[in-house]
Design a protein around this ligand. Structure first.
Ligand code: INI
Length: 183
């Protein structure tokens, strides 16, 4: 019991130090890395609510550059709306030999009666694509009550959800690569 390490703040993210501590206690401990060199990344971006998705895309490209993904290894594909994202993600995952796909969109409840269908189908479609293909597909689609909430989540800096989604893409791509090697 004494040797157990408890986290004081149960809502926080597990820290690097905690992960390092676990490595000494198990045979293998694998995590994604923010090392984008050599990765090929697809970005599927929705034209709908373009004022928001443009900001998400700016954030995503900033993250990919920060993690040293070569700009020539990034493919951006535009789709009409969030509903169309899963099909294009599927095409990229099956045919384009990419290491991860980052999906960007904004579904705002205030503006649509079919919010639940668009948001729900987009989310479950994205999950299906990554489970069926084994290629990480990241859900960087904002689902908010108002445009103002979507603006808050697509501002400058690390809190930008596009930045966060692209970072997750790099981490998941490097994680899956390591798992294939473990196999
Ligand atoms: N698409 C979005 O990306 N966000 C929305 O908020 C939205 N609304 O409000 O309806 C939306 N609708 C379009 C949808 O994604 C499809 O493009 C359309 O239904 C054609 O299939």
């Amino acid at each position: 019991m004494d040797s157990m390490t408890f986290c004081k703040d149960s809502s926080s993210v597990v820290s690097d130090t905690q992960i390092e501590a676990i490595k000494e206690r198990v045979g293998a401990c694998v995590r994604g890395l923010r090392e984008g060199r050599g990765l090929r990344i697809g970005v599927v971006c929705s034209l709908f609510n373009g004022g928001i998705t443009w900001r998400l895309l700016e954030g995503a490209l900033e993250a990919l550059s920060k993690w040293e993904v070569d700009a020539r290894d990034v493919t951006v594909v535009w789709v009409p709306g969030a509903f169309e994202i899963p099909l294009v993600a599927r095409c990229l995952a099956s045919d384009a030999k990419l290491d991860a796909i980052v999906c960007l969109g904004a579904v705002v409840r205030g503006e649509t009666g079919h919010y639940d269908f668009v948001a729900g189908e987009c989310a479950s479609g994205i999950q299906r694509v990554q489970l069926e293909t084994g290629v990480p597909v990241v859900f960087g689609v904002l689902t908010t009550e108002t445009i103002s909430q979507a603006e808050d989540r697509s501002g400058a800096g690390d809190a930008n959800k596009g930045f966060e989604a692209a970072t997750t893409g790099v981490e998941m791509a490097t994680l899956v690569r390591q798992l294939h090697r473990l196999g």
